[in-house]
Each structure stands twice: as C-alpha cells, then as structure tokens.
Design a protein around this ligand. Structure first.
Ligand SMILES: [Zn+2]
Length: 398
C-alpha cells in the first residue's frame, strides 16, 4: 500500500520496526520527515524524487532517547563530559544535566555548553548556589553541607529566568554531600521546587538520611534518582523486598530514576527490586568523568544492563523516551507523533556475549545487546560513534 495522503517530505526512514510506547506503536513502517519534524507514518510512504531514504530494514527505530541524569557542564566542572561525544555514542537526542550548575553559574552552562551542542540540552538547577563544584577522584566537598549555600530565593529566580531550559530543581543528599545538614537541605530544595512550580530530582546516597526518610518527603511528580543503589541504604530490605516507603511514594506519584553513575547501581538491588515487581520509571546514566569509562559508560549501556536483567525492550524504550519527557513535563518530546521533533534512534538487537559490571564490581554475563546504528536529531543524520567495550569476546574471559 502506498500512502499518498502526506505532504511533501525531505526524507524517509524506511522499513524499520518502529516502537513508540506513547502511541502504543510496535510495527514495521516508514517515518516521513520534513523541516526537522515527523511529517508522516505509514506502512509505506511514496519515494518521490529528491527525497532521501535511509533503509532501516532489520533495525529497531525508537523516539530520540532522553538521558534524564547526566553531567555535561563540559570544561567548567572537573567531572563534566562532552555532550556531543556522549550523545553520538549513545544515540541520545536530549541530554539533561542533573544539577552540575546552581544559580551562581547556570548562565555559563546555557551560553557556553547548551548553545553549541548537537543534542537538545535541558537541566535540573542545583539548590546549591555553586552547583556541584568539587567532585573528582579522591575529592568530594559537598555542595549541600552548608545552609548558606542553599538559597531558595536565588534558585527560584534563576529557574524562572531560564524556564526554557530548566526543567526542575536538584538536590544531592547523603555522606559528605549534605554532611551534618541532611534533611533540612531537602526541605530547602522542596521549597524552591514548590515556589518555581517544578519537579525536584533528589539523589539518595549513604545514610543519613535514609532512603525511606527521603522518599517520604517527596511530592507527586518529584524524582528519586539512584533508585537501585547498592545497599546499605538501598531499595530493598534484608529479605530482598522493596521497602514499604518506596511503594507508598510510587502510589503517590513519586518517580524512580536509575541514575547509574559511579557508585549508584547495584545488580543485587536491581535484581531484587525487579523480582519484587518494582521497575524504574526512567533509566538514566548519570554519566560524568568518573563513570564515562565504566561502570556506567552511557545511557545505552545502562539500558543494556536492564535488558539482560529481564526488563523488556518495550519497557526500556518507554523508560528512555516518553517517561523522561513526562518527568520533565515536556510532552512534545519522547514520541514519534506527527509534528514531533524528528529525533529518532536506530538500533540493532544483537546476540553478543558481554560481561557487565555494576558500581560494586559485581559482574553479570549478558547475551543480548542493543547496538547503536545512528540517529536523526532534528532531521539531520549522525552515525553512531564506536563503543570499543562492546566488541565480542570469549565468554569467561575477564
Ligand atoms: Zn549525578
């Protein structure tokens, strides 16, 4: 069947298996693109002369991936990574910086990094005035351990001034990050989020405060990141059951984000929570200079870990497209409806033995891999960059 009821197109991504969870779509079809937007979807679109065609036969085509938790204040923070490199390696159309900048330095993130980046960039604004300013190997001076840095008024003012790119407020809690302050730091961040009418993303670290104390305070729409952090202070009890506070929070509408990072994803926590029926709402990498070469690597690697832990492909696409869009209240993103930005990722499902490592050094052998082919970002094609750690190797070799 040739569909001729469509406007003139610039190009067609042809014949891929298109998965768009927001529209309940999982079918082989063509996607027509015009002026950087999705213009048509049909089993077969007519190939007019002058229209580019990218053959996606055998590929999985998904809405442009959204990484809800990254650190990409490149060159202005010690742990920031290059957003272009990360986006092309992992086929991420939208990178969300999670609190690298605070009210005191947000304009630099916007003008010096976001403005020139290939991916769309958005951010959670740190409640702490300088953002995360001293995080490196062997160095951690917390940004939330002094109340005078947690200025609600300044945070709200900057969030409102940059409402085009600020999608929420960020706070990190636990260990040296919040020091002796603990929960009052969360209360300040909640006050800022409430005044700015934005969601709060809250990082759970070492206790105190405990995981339960934190999620009990979160509001509907707020996001708990590092949801599968290793114990102690993980998501499950010693019987490997999800803590009642997490279930209460989910019922209230609190969202749970993976946020793999350097120390925040444990297979034992993830496997126990998944076995107890508790999946994350969103999957994200928490990629930064200390996690970009492992154990997190990037969003696609985190997705592959969950794929090999038994989470379905469709659930994973949902967690990296429509759900992060909802978490940010950006419903125009994360789907392939007509009129949506022509951001999409082409992947290939391969049977490749690969050993995965979590933040504790525990390993699991995987057999299935989503391999990146390339992406459209606002209608322009980018080939995927190489991922050397995913080359096949003999099973059993370290
Ligand atoms: Zn982070």
């Amino acid at each position: 069947m040739v569909n001729t009821e469509v406007p003139p197109l610039d190009g067609i991504v042809a014949g891929g298996r298109v998965i768009d969870p927001r529209h309940g779509l999982d079918a082989v079809c063509d996607i027509g693109v015009r002026d950087g937007r999705v213009a048509a979807l049909a089993p077969q679109l007519s190939r007019m002369s002058g229209v580019w065609v990218r053959d996606a036969t055998g590929a999985v085509v998904v809405p442009g991936l959204i990484d809800l938790h990254t650190h990409v204040y490149w060159k202005a923070t010690s742990y920031g990574v290059d957003p272009d490199r990360i986006a092309r390696r992992s086929l991420v159309s939208t990178l969300v910086d999670a609190g690298s900048a605070g009210a005191g330095n947000y304009a630099g993130l916007k003008d010096f990094v976001m403005a020139g980046a290939t991916p769309r960039m958005l951010a959670f604004l740190n409640i702490s005035f300088p953002g995360i300013f001293a995080f490196d190997r062997g160095l951690m001076v917390g940004e939330a351990n002094r109340l005078d840095l947690l200025d609600v008024g300044r945070c709200v003012e900057v969030a409102q001034r940059h409402a085009d790119t600020v999608v929420g407020i960020k706070v990190r809690l636990g260990g040296p990050v919040s020091g002796d302050i603990g929960l009052p730091a969360l209360d300040r961040a909640l006050a800022a989020a409430e005044a700015a009418r934005l969601p709060l993303m809250c990082h759970v670290g070492q206790a105190p405060p405990s995981y339960a104390e934190i999620v009990d305070r979160l509001r509907p729409g707020d996001i708990l990141t590092h949801c599968f952090r290793p114990s102690p202070n993980g998501p499950v009890d010693d019987r490997r059951r999800v803590l009642p506070a997490l279930r209460r929070a989910r019922e209230r509408g609190v969202r749970f984000d993976l946020g793999h990072g350097f120390g925040s994803f444990g297979f034992e926590s993830a496997e126990a929570a998944i076995a107890d029926g508790f999946l994350p709402d969103t999957v994200s990498s928490d990629v930064h200079a200390l996690s970009v070469d492992g154990p997190a690597f990037d969003l696609l690697h985190s997705i592959n870990k969950l794929l090999n832990s038994g989470v379905s492909l469709i659930d994973l696409v949902r967690m990296a497209t429509v759900e992060p869009a909802r978490a940010m209240r950006r419903p125009e993103l994360g789907h392939l409806g007509v009129g949506a930005p022509a951001d999409l990722a082409l992947l290939r499902v391969a049977e490749v033995p690969l050993r995965f490592t979590d933040a504790t050094g525990a390993t699991r052998d995987g057999v299935q891999l989503l391999k990146p082919l390339g992406m459209l970002r606002a209608g322009c094609w980018y080939d995927a960059e190489p991922r050397p750690w995913e080359l096949p190797r003999e099973r059993g070799r370290p």
